[in-house]
Design a protein around this ligand. Structure first.
Ligand code: SAM
Ligand code: DTB
Ligand code: SF4
Length: 335
């Protein structure tokens, strides 16, 4: 049974097990529900960078921090399409376009993004966007244009949220996720560790994700990339043990979900990434840049895949409509 009624006490108990016990439990679930040995390769492109009015304490793109990020307006369509083509040729099956917007506005730029979605979809890639908050109507327009998934992270627990972001609320975030779900778009939502949060905050965030009306199809686990100029620039780096706890707990709570080992890989040796795959991660962002920060390039990841005997996973796009929101694994747990 796929469970959306996890209690906080249950999640706490899972999370706090001895780390090797936790990883082996997650690995056992992973082996049943997911195609172990396959990892989905996704690529990010920042289509509009910097100058964001929000105050997210981790983010190099917030206008109020001086981070040296080169801001630019919405990229020309041709540039976006060329980048998607390169990603596809390098073996990527999902292409995610990010914009440093607080929310989508009904203007020419949004019309242009809809056009980009249509074109990238035409390349056979799963198209994902992360454009900030949206309403029901905007979600429907994205769906009609061919959007496959929408990324909108909870980032941390409700309790910790106000320490990190004051320009919007946790409920704003949850409302956007509801609009995405209602439009029939695949939901991608996760968070960041290393913001100065406690284990209780991490557990609470995982609990919130796993008790949404339906589990997100994709849960990115980001390690903070500390960026000079942001309030969190001096945060200590998270350890592999912390990443493993997050990934393994997410895998146990949400067995059918793609768990993405997201930001933070640039600093992680292959041995640590291998442990994350063992603990249930089955997706990565590949390509030399995430949105604004460095990331392993396609060649480096290809070498890692060869070393670990991993294969890039095929796109889910061809799965028939109607099955779109179901689990994607080998033997998904019944809803
Ligand atoms: N502006 C939109 C929004 O906030 O939803 C979309 C882009 S925003 C950059 C997407 C996500 O990137 C954030 O929710 C956060 O989880 C992640 N992110 C941003 N800066 C990060 C950093 N320095 N380290 C790790 N993750 C980061
Ligand atoms: C997600 O959870 N992580 C990605 C993607 N979704 C949009 C973004 C990571 C950004 C890291 C900081 C940067 O490169 O600007
Ligand atoms: Fe803006 Fe998104 Fe960065 Fe927050 S995370 S400052 S909303 S780009």
């Amino acid at each position: 049974m796929l469970r959306t009624d996890w209690t906080l006490a249950e999640v706490t108990a899972i999370y706090h097990q001895p780390v090797l016990e936790l990883v082996s439990q997650a690995a056992a679930i992973h082996a049943v529900t997911q195609a172990t040995g396959e990892v989905q390769v996704c690529t990010l492109l920042s289509v509009k960078t910097g100058g964001c009015p929000e105050d997210c304490a981790y983010c190099p793109q917030a206008a109020r921090y001086h981070t040296g990020v080169q801001a630019h307006k919405l990229l020309p369509d041709a540039e976006v399409l060329a980048s998607a083509q390169r990603a596809r040729d390098a073996g990527s099956t999902r292409f995610c376009m990010g914009a440093a917007w607080r929310e989508i506005r009904d203007n020419k730029d949004f019309d242009r993004v809809l056009g980009m979605v249509e074109q990238v979809n035409g390349l056979g890639l799963e198209v994902c966007c992360t454009l900030g908050m949206l309403n029901e109507y905007q979600a429907e327009r994205l769906k009609t244009a061919g959007l496959y998934a929408y990324n909108h992270n909870l980032d941390t627990s409700r309790e910790k949220y106000d320490d990190i972001i004051t320009t919007r609320t946790y409920d704003d975030r949850l409302n956007t996720l509801e609009h995405v779900r209602k439009a029939g778009i695949s939901v991608c939502s996760g968070g960041i560790i290393g913001l100065g949060e406690t284990d209780e905050d991490r557990v609470a965030m995982l609990h919130t994700l796993a008790t949404l009306a339906a589990h997100p199809e994709s849960v990115p686990v980001n390690a903070l990339v500390p960026v000079e100029g942001t309030p969190l620039a001096d945060q200590p780096r998270v350890s592999v043990w912390e990443m493993l706890r997050m990934i393994a707990t997410a895998r146990i709570l949400m067995p059918n979900t793609m768990v993405r080992l997201s930001a933070g890989r640039q600093e992680m040796p292959v041995t640590e990434q291998a442990l994350c795959f063992l603990a249930g991660a089955n997706s990565i962002f590949s390509g030399e840049k995430l949105l604004t920060t460095p990331n392993p390039d396609f060649d480096a990841d290809q070498q890692m895949f060869a070393l670990l005997g991993l294969k890039p996973r095929k796109s889910f796009k061809d799965v028939p409509e109607g099955a779109v929101l179901m689990g994607r694994g080998k033997a998904p747990v019944e809803a």
